[in-house]
Ligand binder design. Structure first.
Ligand code: SAM
Ligand code: SF4
Ligand code: SF4
Length: 334
């Protein structure tokens, strides 16, 4: 069998798995309190894929070309025994990573490393405590996230990446201080353009601080040159500091879309497969798993779905697409 390709000739290489739609933060750009408040109905526990089901789907996806898996959410470390899932997935030939808000990482770093995790991304939107508390909206202090990063780095989870979403009027003043701090620490900071995922965060183009603006701000403080991508389909545009002190990246999904090289599928916590972050509909793999389908049948369903894929939302983004009823990022997995 030749390599599986979608309708635009893109292979399937990455799978992002949301292990829970719940989170202990209420970041204003992701899970605003007005929507994700007391009355919000998260998935019932029985609807979540079990770790065995996730591991089975990962095995099947690897047959179809997947080489990279990222565990995300919601907040993946809030799901009990997440290290058990890591241990089930850690195997030869699979690049396994996890994205976390860092709130529970200090206690979990060693167990995750022991289970076989190799790479981790920790999100942090500002070093200014007041700004960060306002953005996570649960009064969580910066200091504990930085301590967790140090703990993760200390047990050998490198390279350690730091994700910062930049939203105008909220944290653009933090761009240069973040760059200064993390280049000293040796962690790779990646700035992320604020995206119109979901339909609850009230996204407006005016709120986006473009990659160009971000790069201008960082390089006027710390000169840097563009670096070659590590591989085709790498989402971050990389910049290397001229004084040799590491690098930073920008993920310009709004102003410089990279759909052409997008090799990612996403699995929601309840087992629906999505072929784009901005999809409005998923394919129910949980029903297949629980209905007794064989590995070959499930592989066939995924292959059919991928072969028909034409998604390139970010390249088409406009007034019309902004109004679509898209899936929330906490559900589909960031
Ligand atoms: N809770 C974990 C965390 O925050 O790292 C993992 C899930 S979170 C949805 C994954 C990443 O998506 C985070 O780095 C977060 O900042 C980013 N994100 C969430 N909403 C976003 C948006 N509207 N635009 C750009 N990035 C966003
Ligand atoms: Fe939670 Fe991550 Fe979304 Fe923030 S970005 S609300 S930490 S899922
Ligand atoms: Fe991939 Fe969809 Fe994002 Fe384009 S918009 S890069 S197709 S996930």
């Amino acid at each position: 069998m030749g390599e599986l390709r979608d309708a635009l000739a893109r292979p399937l290489h990455d799978l992002r798995i949301s292990v829970t739609d719940r989170c202990n933060f209420r970041c204003v750009y992701c899970m605003p309190k007005e929507v994700f408040g007391r009355g919000y109905r998260f998935l019932p526990k029985d609807d979540l894929l079990t770790y065995e089901e996730i591991a089975r789907l990962v095995g099947i996806s690897m047959r179809l070309g997947v080489t990279k898996v990222r565990l995300t959410g919601g907040e993946p470390l809030t799901r009990r025994g997440i290290e058990d899932l890591v241990a089930m997935l850690a195997r030869d030939g699979l690049d396994l990573a996890l994205t976390t808000n860092g709130s529970l990482l200090e206690e979990k770093a060693r167990a995750l490393r022991d289970a076989g995790l190799t790479r981790i991304s920790v999100s942090l939107d500002s070093l200014d405590d007041a700004v960060f508390r306002r953005m996570n909206d649960v009064d969580f202090p910066v200091e504990r996230v930085v301590r967790a990063m140090d703990a993760a780095y200390g047990v050998g989870l490198h390279p350690l990446k730091v994700n910062m979403v930049v939203r105008r009027g909220m944290n653009e003043e933090s761009i240069v201080p973040m760059a200064a701090f993390f280049r000293e620490r040796g962690y790779v900071l990646r700035f992320i353009e604020y995206m119109d995922v979901g339909h609850t965060n009230g996204w407006r183009m005016d709120d986006v601080v473009s990659a160009k603006e971000i790069v201008r701000a960082v390089t006027s403080a710390f000169p840097a040159e563009p670096a070659e991508p590590n591989y085709v389909g790498e989402v971050a545009e990389r910049w290397r500091y001229s004084d040799g002190r590491g690098e930073f990246g920008v993920i310009a999904s709004v102003t410089q879309p990279f759909c052409r090289d997008c090799t990612r599928a996403r699995l929601s916590a309840d087992g629906k497969l999505y072929t784009c972050l901005f999809a409005t509909q998923g394919t129910d793999l949980q029903a297949l798993l629980r209905g007794g389908a064989s590995d070959d049948e499930i592989a066939g369903r995924i292959a059919d779905l991928w072969s028909a894929r034409t998604d390139r939302y970010s390249e088409l983004r406009g007034e019309e697409t902004a109004r679509l009823r898209k899936i929330e990022m906490s559900y589909i997995g960031g």
